[in-house]
Design a protein around this ligand. Structure first.
Ligand code: TIU
Length: 279
């Protein structure tokens, strides 16, 4: 059982409540909210999926992002993509998709699932801001062939609050990788989505079964309330702990001066896969 921390919020979660550690020790991890998965003409559609199914989680992630930025809590974005020469894309992955719209083929948003192409970027609504980490990854899991683990260890981040797409592919793989490395994970129920509703539900059930064998799950409104951020329809937040000073999550985005002040420590973020955004 994780140790209780009376000065930090406990998030109502399943199968058991989720104790947040001290500020700076937990991060919001947003998996692969890229045009390649959410817009027509990208990798998601080339695999035969209805990409519009993923859209409803965008406002939820926006609210979480605003809240984490206002509080100065770390945020990590991931991008699934490959180098233009495809040397990091194994044949088993390259074969996925339809003839003429496989990884590296030209599409309406540039080459499919290739780093730096317009379609490979994060959707504008969730664009990272300076000081947030953007991790590129060649696989489904965010720990596979990346520096994520060492970066988290050096920053002493122990708890990950995870959302993004797709629930049963990159999100679940990342949760399992994180769990095996000893990180406490919370899957944000309404901030993750799948092309297959039944797979999303199964993932929720699987990860939190057996006492939360992989992760706990919680609704975003409970997370926001726990960290003292009001929602338009929410009642007054608790102020019983220092992290719960109310802020309003409806603000479009924190001003850039605030972003600069909240900048996540960047010194260790420079590697092949992990780089800070610059203004
Ligand atoms: N196909 C599918 O559901 N997902 C992926 O290929 N990547 C991610 O989940 N990001």
């Amino acid at each position: 059982m994780p140790k209780a921390n009376p000065t930090m919020p406990v998030i109502p979660a399943k199968p058991a409540d989720f104790q947040l550690p001290a500020p700076g020790r937990f991060a919001l991890v947003i998996i692969d909210m890229q045009r390649d998965f959410l817009e027509p003409g990208g990798f998601g559609e080339s695999l035969g999926n209805n990409v519009h199914r993923l859209r409803p989680i965008v406002p939820v992630l926006q609210r979480l992002l605003v809240a984490f930025r206002m509080r100065g809590f770390p945020v990590i974005h991931t991008i699934e993509g490959h180098h233009p020469d495809l040397t990091d894309c194994p044949p088993a992955k390259l074969r996925r998709g339809k003839d003429g719209s496989r990884i590296g083929d030209p599409g309406p948003m540039g080459r499919i699932l290739i780093l730096g192409e317009p379609g490979n970027g994060i959707i504008p609504e969730l664009a990272p801001v300076p000081g947030e980490l953007v991790l590129t990854k060649p696989g489904k899991g965010a720990f596979c062939r990346t520096d994520l683990e060492s970066m988290l260890r050096v920053q002493a981040i122990t708890h990950l609050l995870v959302g993004g797409v797709t629930t049963e592919v990159c999100v679940q793989t990342t949760l399992r990788e994180a769990n095996d490395r000893g990180f406490e994970c919370l899957l944000i129920e309404d901030a993750t989505e799948s092309y297959f509703p039944e797979f999303k539900q199964s993932t929720m059930d699987m990860v939190r079964a057996q006492g939360g064998i992989v992760a706990a799950t919680a609704h975003s409104s409970d997370i926001l309330r726990s960290i003292g951020v009001t929602e338009p329809s929410a009642g007054p937040p608790s102020t019983a702990n220092p992290a719960a000073r109310p802020v309003n999550a409806t603000a479009a985005q924190a001003p850039s001066s605030l972003h600069a002040r909240l900048a996540f420590p960047l010194g260790l973020a420079i590697s092949r896969n992990l780089f800070p955004l610059h203004p």
